[in-house]
Design a binder for this molecule. Structure first.
Ligand SMILES: [Zn+2]
Length: 292
């Protein structure tokens, strides 16, 4: 009986997912989704298990972003920066420096709102959120650079994709892209098993301790897209702690437009476009002064 109910539920759930995946999206005859904005967040980076890392820095730039750029330069590593429009407006010289030093600029919305149903009701609000940032970053990017979007808080609705794909500029974006590493602070037995930088700083952990969580999660996964932020006074120190040991261990660092997995979202393809979301891990956080 229990099995039966589960099966029927699964069938219904699968049907709902199919409908959602195709709503308002360009599709092939076989019903596969083409490129452009995806109706569901792109969770799968393909970098786990490849000894390859894509560092991504969200929410900047601000004055602290300079220290992040210094640390990246010192290690000859290129990364991706998801720009918030109002931050770029206040720090245009820092935005220009990010691009000039060979990093990839990405779009993270103009004011970092949670993209709720309010934005489906007024599509122009959504288009403005992305257009404003595009107008700031596109002139600094090379023709060959790929445009990526990451949704604030990772929050996304399928209706957004149809709205943005109807815009002649924004339809050129790949996204929304998520991350593999850096989303959660996980402590176990006094060890920092995973870190989220903003949570580290909120709980007054040092960059050295915070870095241990990033390093452990990266090593467990053997690579991935790493979420960090470039707007805190500790941000540069964190990069300086995390990158050198990984270089020593032979990890390769790439920008998001060098990730082969994302290529399928840039051009029409017959490959199924959306991978299942990995369940988010979390654990009760108990903070001790001396974390290992
Ligand atoms: Zn953000």
């Amino acid at each position: 009986m229990g099995f039966m109910r589960l099966s029927i539920f699964s069938l219904i759930a699968a049907a709902i997912v199919c409908v959602a995946a195709n709503a308002g999206e360009p599709t092939t005859a076989a019903g596969m989704q083409l490129a452009w904005f995806q109706s569901r967040t792109i969770f799968h980076s393909g970098l786990r298990g490849t000894h390859t890392i894509a560092l991504t820095f969200d929410d900047g730039p601000n004055a602290y972003t300079g220290a992040v750029l210094d640390a990246l330069k010192a290690n000859n590593v290129k990364a991706t920066f998801f720009i918030v429009g109002k931050m770029a407006k206040a720090h245009p010289e820092m935005l220009a420096r990010i691009a000039a030093e060979g990093h990839l600029l990405g779009n993270h919305s103009a004011t970092h709102p949670e993209l709720t149903s309010k934005f489906d009701d007024d599509p122009n609000l959504l288009i403005q959120q992305l257009r404003e940032v595009n107008n700031e970053i596109a002139p600094l990017m090379k023709q060959s650079d790929v445009l990526f979007f990451r949704a604030p808080y990772g929050y996304w609705r399928s209706a957004h994709a149809a709205i943005l794909n109807a815009d002649p500029i924004l339809r050129n974006y790949t996204g929304p892209v998520y991350w593999d590493i850096g989303g959660d602070m996980i402590l176990h037995d006094g060890y920092v098993m995973s870190s989220a930088d903003w949570s580290c700083w909120k709980h007054k952990l040092s960059a050295h301790v915070c870095a241990k969580g990033y390093l452990r999660e990266i090593r467990r996964n053997d690579g991935g897209v790493v979420l960090m932020h470039c707007i805190h006074k500790e941000s540069g120190d964190l990069v300086a702690e995390v990158v050198p040991p990984l270089l020593q261990e032979g990890y390769k660092f790439i920008r998001l437009d060098q990730d082969p997995e994302y290529k399928q979202y840039e051009t029409p393809t017959t490959t199924p476009a959306v991978a299942a979301a990995a369940p988010l891990q979390s654990a009760p956080i108990v903070f001790a002064q001396a974390l290992k």
